[in-house]
Design a protein around this ligand. Structure first.
Ligand code: ZN
Length: 153
């Protein structure tokens, strides 16, 4: 038995078609055309699909985070052991790679650092300010506590 492919307009053997697909209105597509169609669809709707995926991720952010956290929690030891093993087995390699990367990207890294500092000037300043504020707060608290202890003794 043969079937007509509505895309490439050819009669083809049944095994050239996906069986599971229920054909509505006799618009059958052979496997090759089916794959082609999916590719075309993806190509045409690349941006839309990307946008949809982004939206999906955005919507499920918590769920994804939760899931990866759960995975991490459940496999913490395995992951750590794997990392450790890998680093130990590839110690020299890892070191070499790091060094090579830094060497190769010296300029870029420096630029990046500079750019980062510039782009985040305000934030870094705020961060430092907050840090010192916290530091002073702690110091004052400690001094107060020392003072109180002294008074008790
Ligand atoms: Zn076809």
């Amino acid at each position: 038995m043969r079937k007509f492919c509505s895309k490439c307009k050819q009669w083809k053997d049944m095994e050239e078609f996906y069986e599971r697909r229920r054909i509505i209105g006799g618009k059958a597509k052979c496997k090759a055309c089916e794959i082609e169609s999916i590719k075309e669809y993806r190509e045409i709707n690349k941006e839309k699909i990307k946008e949809r995926n982004k939206q999906w991720r955005e919507k499920n952010k918590e769920k994804i985070k939760e899931k990866s956290k759960k995975y991490y929690e459940e496999n913490k030891e395995k992951i750590a052991a794997y990392k450790k093993k890998y680093n130990e087995e590839h110690k020299e390699e890892v070191k070499e790679r790091q060094k090579a990367y830094q060497e190769k990207n010296k300029e870029k890294l420096r630029e990046y650092k500079k750019k980062y500092a510039k782009d985040n000037e305000e934030r870094l300043r705020e961060y430092r300010r907050e840090y010192y504020r916290e530091y002073n707060r702690r110091k004052r608290k400690e001094a107060k506590e020392r003072e109180e202890k002294k008074n008790v003794l």
